[in-house]
Design a binder for this molecule. Structure first.
Ligand code: PEP
Ligand code: MN
Length: 267
């Protein structure tokens, strides 16, 4: 079986200059205007980053934790883009997020793992996207269920979004493991088999939960022919408000990227 998705190639909406590998980077959360803008400048200076990511509405597992800076972060993203030229990407989880992000000129939206599990949420996001030409990336659901991932991609595509990609961020598992979220590579390969033209971007930050393993997982993703990486980067990871253990400085990210080997085209 093949999925009937209507998709435009990745280079029609990101990485038009063909930087290899394609890397989307930025902090887990926008925390302050200075933190976001300074991180963006350092990332842009590496010359290796195709888009700036930052969460402003953060889905936290437990209440009482930092739940994102909210809509003011859209203004900071605008400034970061104006000063660095990097296109911006944010997570959206409700129709209101979609409307606000589009109004603020965010370039790329993504659906988070805790939203992909819920068809009502995904449909609400899809309905808010109807008639809009914006790129959307869909993270795999938290749980290892390929159908939920596929269903979310279909709902967004059915709403007319053709600049579409999947993000592989690993899956919750009851087993103890070195990883925060098990890669379960065969699920990503399963999606690739069902939709060979759908770009898959790997998120080694949320798979590993550990900055020391990001290079290893990134290489594995490229070896499996994934089309890009989304990596969390913070100007000072040790004081990050969320996901501190997995974020890397822009300089460390630059080194990680330099050490990656691109897959050679088959002859
Ligand atoms: C994130 O990208 O910071 C995030 C919350 O990721 P996920 O939805 O993969 O948990
Ligand atoms: Mn994060």
């Amino acid at each position: 079986m093949k999925l009937n998705l209507n998709i435009q190639p990745l280079n029609t909406w990101i990485n038009k200059t063909g930087i290899e590998p394609l890397v989307i980077a930025g902090p887990c959360s926008a925390e302050t205007e200075d933190q976001l803008v300074a991180t963006a400048h350092l990332l842009a200076k590496t010359g290796k980053i195709s888009a700036l990511r930052a969460g402003i509405w953060k889905p936290r597992t437990r209440p009482g934790e930092f739940e994102g800076i909210g809509s003011i972060g859209l203004e900071w993203l605008k400034r970061a883009k104006a000063e660095t030229g990097l296109p911006t990407a944010v997570e959206v989880a409700t129709a209101k997020h979609v409307e606000e992000a589009l109004k603020a000129g965010v370039d790329i939206l993504w659906v988070g793992a805790r939203s992909t599990v819920n068809p009502f949420t995904v449909q609400e996001i899809a309905d808010a996207l109807r008639g809009v030409d914006v790129p959307v990336m869909v993270k795999n659901p938290v749980n290892p269920d390929l159908s939920l991932w596929v269903g979310a991609l279909e709902r967004i595509n059915n709403a007319g979004i053709t600049k579409l990609a999947a993000i592989h961020r690993g899956f919750s598992s009851y087993e103890k493991s070195a990883f925060r979220n098990e890669p379960m590579w065969d699920l990503a390969i399963g999606l690739k088999t069902l939709a060979p033209h759908l770009p898959i971007i790997n998120d080694p930050s949320h798979i590993t939960g550990n900055r020391d393993l990001i290079g290893y997982i990134s290489q594995k993703a490229l070896d499996l022919d994934m089309q890009g990486l989304m990596i969390e980067s913070h100007i000072d990871p040790s004081v990050a408000w969320t996901d501190a253990a997995q974020q890397v400085t822009p300089a460390a990210l630059s080194d990680i990227i330099t050490n990656l080997h691109l897959r050679k085209p088959e002859v």
